[in-house]
Design a protein around this ligand. Sequence first.
Ligand code: ADP
Length: 396
Amino acid sequence: MATGIELRALSKTYAGAAAPAVDGVDLTVAPGEVFFVLGPSGCGKSTLLRMIAGLVQPTAGAVRFADGAGAAQDVTGLAAERRGVGVVFQSYALWPGMSVERNVGFGLEVGGVPKREARRRVAEALAAVRMEGQGARRPGELSGGQQQRVALARALVVRPRVLLLDEPLSNLDGPLRAELRREVRRVCGESGLTAVYVTHDRQEALSTADRAAVMRSGRIEQVGTPRQLYRAPATRFVAEFLGQACLLEGEVDAADAQSGRLTVRTALGPLVAERAGLDRLRAGAPVTLCLRPEAVALTWGDADRPGGHGGHGGHGGWEGASRIAAVVESITYLGEMTRVGLRASAARGVEGVGGVGGKEGGVALCAALVHPAQEPAEGAQAQVWVRPSDVIVIPG
Ligand code: ADP
């Protein structure tokens, strides 16, 4: 049975610090979940993880581990080595003079586990990270990715109830990172382990997490599945942290409770949005709209509807889509796609409604992704199309 983690009003203020590093965090991680803590550098992710590990003592609040049906165990005052956690850090911190086998088994040796059993468990842990047969080698003979596999084996060999990972792949490059994060998922799945994984890399979190918490200045801004966080960010911060976002301030003009559609007045004219729960927003309510580049379609010339390769996963047509007249401002070739920077050609002033992309009253900008073969020319007149279901609405 996997272990759940409960954090209750957990805070940490380091001695002499003006502000708390972690500020009243409440969080429940389900048994067996691969849970990510995502946020910019300095937001308190590592401190949060270290409090779960028992490496940093909280200033206030509680850490509980819940096994099975009984009441959760309060581990707040428990020493790190008695919590049953395995920790993997960014630096592998392997002993260069010891074999892989001894590096992995060192904790067992110190803990007095009998030699034969220790050897069996080390072999098992190395097999779990696909490093079987490599026990006699020295860390210096291994690649960075293999060294991190050894560090993962070392965390697994103690048979932890919880695996804690702090930016474990930051020293590795692209393809290897992707491979190793799949490995982390596989290992957790096969061992029924609960994992908390800290990163500042949104791609890592979006591609690997069951759920994630987005942190900002010591607090949790939102918790959700990758799709919830990306498609329905609760705040501007989450919207911008999770991906490219064009933010557009507006005011609800009309909300139709029946269709779930919402017309929002913006500096670029009215935009229609459609999402469950939106009918709770009343006319006059201030909102921020978020347009993602992949949700925006472009037409130019005499095309009167977006068409072509239309990779929108068969969400149907463009009836009811909002349309904005724009000018192509920049073209950035990305290989598989081209990013088209756009400026609204006629920013219709709406009283009381602010600017676009954070620039008060400034140039309206959003971006679209197109197939390189369908690249428009710089300066071309274009129409920007966005479906109601692709307009992300952030209250406030
Ligand atoms: P993150 O992991 O998101 O980069 P950290 O948890 O490392 O954030 O740091 C959060 C805040 O706490 C930062 O302002 C950092 O400078 C401070 N901090 C971290 N560790 C210590 C420490 N041991 N002593 C004092 N301040 C610390």
